[in-house]
Design a protein around this ligand. Structure first.
Ligand SMILES: Nc1ncnc2c1ncn2[C@@H]1O[C@H](COP(=O)(O)OP(=O)(O)OP(=O)(O)O)[C@@H](O)[C@H]1O
Length: 586
């Protein structure tokens, strides 16, 4: 177990490095000043009571009394002002930290390798980071301030109390020890509970999503699944809360028990002070001062202990943040090497998904030359999309190698990705304007308008209410929702918007298109892919006739390849698949 103090120092340094702003220093200064002024108020109040004890008529209001009341009033005004200003600065501080935190997490998320994202332990960590660390960092900072600040006022109150009785501060400190032990134990328990509950919580959030999301609404209603999902959600929620309530009950009972020590300590000091007043050794003002100071010391210490224990608790969340920042990144190799000729060579590639027992790709050994038009066909689950994932460097081969122009993919991946566009099977339907949807394919930059000429995209867009500026989706009332096929056409237009693309990959490009647009795509195919390497995955074998070569996948292996004519002559798997669909192309 590492030294906790060192861990706190390291965490605070990380926070300061990542998030520190002038607001933090200003807020710290104001809070320290307020903490020093508070005991001064108690002391003025004691003087006031002692003075009053000797005044017997209104006319005898002494000059000293007026000065004390004025001083006390000014002090109170100042303290309240500081409180308001600190609250305002803290809000700005929270906003800055929040913004910076989200930026850091998003930056990291975008470079975590796909293999890591497949790992359930990493997924749990991401969940914990996203749901806890934001809160954790803010609490950590607030707590570290709150640990330091009471020190000033506690010392001032101890000095006030020592004047009355040397042992009172010691009694106050000892009375807080049980609280320290309790808080330490509870902080650890609640973290481990959070870790344990992260999996069922993720399932619960998924169920909420299924129940409330617009995209599932149709199916949920049609299959009458509301009660079924509500019951399953309730089951998970009940289990989670049973455990949470158990821990909360421990907190409540433990808190009630340790409070006894603090109140007994206060009782003892009060009794000794009252005896002192009766014996004329102490004043009435001293009684008020003892009560206020004892409360201030025990509350201050409890709050410090509470904050330290929360810091320990949040240290574990901070550890999550550190682990998160340490997750290996898919930096794309970080190489500046340029792809000369984008010849793709899969050299005896095997691939297995991280959580899978079997290989999804087996001994794939093919070369795709620059400018070739390739079709990948095969039954569902035969490995076509996985082949593309490995080609794009989203997953690394388990064995074998992918070479681009003779260089290992990792060495040229940055340049390869700028020269390659892919329309994924589950492409994103951005709830942006049409123009922004297309720009997303061109690194967010303006695009070449001729990319819209394909299969009448330009006339389709000009018929939309605001043309290229039409907002798509369902975020606002006037947004326009497209059909599945229209979204798919837009996704293809997005892919073609980047003029310098050399490799065009399309996974099921015509799946949602009507036969008219599909035919149009086939007619325009050569123009679309002019001078480009094109790789198409398709179950509709009409497109394969336009390709130079067809690779037939079967259970992760390439069982046949050749041109349409060659494969038809061969009368193997491709022939069977094509014959089954031939009525479509008659
Ligand atoms: N992330 C994943 N983790 C584990 N196994 C996966 C993952 N993605 C796909 N698989 C498995 O890999 C196999 C090949 O899937 P892939 O998506 O490559 O097939 P496909 O030929 O593209 O299928 P389809 O024609 O249905 O799109 C399937 O058995 C699938 O279950």
């Amino acid at each position: 177990m590492k030294n906790k103090l060192l861990i706190h120092v390291r965490n605070i340094m990380m926070i300061v490095k990542l998030f520190c702003t002038k607001e933090l220093y200003f807020s710290l200064g104001l809070m320290a000043f307020s903490a020093l002024l508070a005991p001064l108020g108690t002391w003025l109040f004691k003087l006031l009571i002692d003075d009053l004890a000797f005044v017997h008529s209104a006319s005898a209001v002494t000059h000293k009394l007026v000065v004390i009341i004025a001083g006390y009033t000014v002090l109170k005004i100042l303290l309240e002002w500081f409180e308001h200003i600190t609250a305002h600065i803290n809000n700005r501080l929270k906003y800055n930290i929040n913004r910076e935190f989200i930026r850091q997490v998003n930056k990291k998320l975008s470079v975590i390798s796909m293999e890591q994202l497949e790992n359930p332990a990493v997924y749990d960590l991401l969940d914990r980071v996203q749901s806890n660390v934001n809160k954790g960092i803010l609490s950590y900072i607030n707590n570290s301030l709150s640990v330091v600040l009471p020190v000033f006022s506690i010392i001032s109150y101890i000095l006030l109390l020592i004047n009355i009785n040397l042992y009172f501060p010691l009694i106050a400190v000892l009375a807080t020890v049980p609280y320290l032990l309790l808080m330490n134990a509870q902080g650890k328990k609640s973290y481990f509970q959070a870790v344990e509950q992260s999996k069922p919580l993720r399932r619960l959030n998924y169920m909420y999503d299924v129940l409330t999301s617009r995209r599932y609404a149709k199916e949920i209603r049609m299959f009458g699944l509301i009660d079924y999902f509500n019951d399953r959600t309730e089951e998970i929620r009940k289990d989670l809360w049973k455990e949470k309530f158990r821990l909360l009950l421990h907190y409540t009972l433990g808190g009630a028990f340790v409070d006894i020590f603090r109140n007994i300590a206060l009782g003892i000091c009060l009794l000794m002070t009252c005896i002192g007043v009766l014996e004329n050794r102490m004043s009435i003002g001293d009684v008020m001062l003892v009560i206020t100071s004892m409360h201030a010391i025990t509350d201050g210490l409890s709050s410090m202990v509470n904050k330290i224990s929360s810091m320990n608790n949040y240290t574990l969340y901070m550890e999550d943040m550190m682990d998160f920042l340490d997750i290996p990144e898919d930096t794309g190799g970080g190489h500046k090497k340029i792809v000369d000729a984008p010849t793709i060579h899969f050299k005896h590639v095997d691939f297995k998904y991280p959580n899978s027992q079997t290989h999804t790709l087996k001994n794939i050994d093919i070369t795709i030359n620059k400018g070739e038009k390739i079709a990948l066909v095969g039954e569902n689950g035969s490995g076509k999309t996985t082949f593309i994932n490995v080609l794009l460097g989203l997953y690394k081969p388990t064995s074998g190698e992918v070479l681009i122009g003779g260089d290992p993919l990792a060495d040229v991946i940055d340049d390869f990705r700028t020269k390659t566009v892919c329309v994924f099977q589950n492409f994103i339907k951005y709830q942006f304007s049409v123009a922004d949807n297309i720009k997303a394919g061109n690194f967010g930059e303006d695009f070449h308008k001729q990319s819209l000429r394909i299969f009448n995209m330009d006339s389709f867009i000009s018929n939309l209410p605001q043309g290229l500026d039409t907002q798509l989706g369902q975020l606002e009332n006037n947004d326009v929702e497209l059909s599945g096929g229209q979204w798919q056409r837009l996704a293809i237009a997005r892919a073609l918007s980047r003029a310098e693309t050399e490799i065009l990959i399309m996974d099921e490009p015509t799946a949602s298109l009507d036969p008219k647009v599909e035919t149009q795509i086939y007619e325009e195919f050569s123009a679309l892919c002019e001078n480009k390497t094109a790789i198409m995955i398709s179950h509709r074998l009409g497109v394969t006739m336009l390709c130079d070569k067809i690779y037939v996948f079967d259970q992760g292996e390439i069982c046949e390849f050749g041109s349409h004519a060659e494969l038809m002559n061969r009368r193997g798997k491709y022939y069977q698949m094509y014959s089954a669909q031939s009525y479509l192309y008659a």
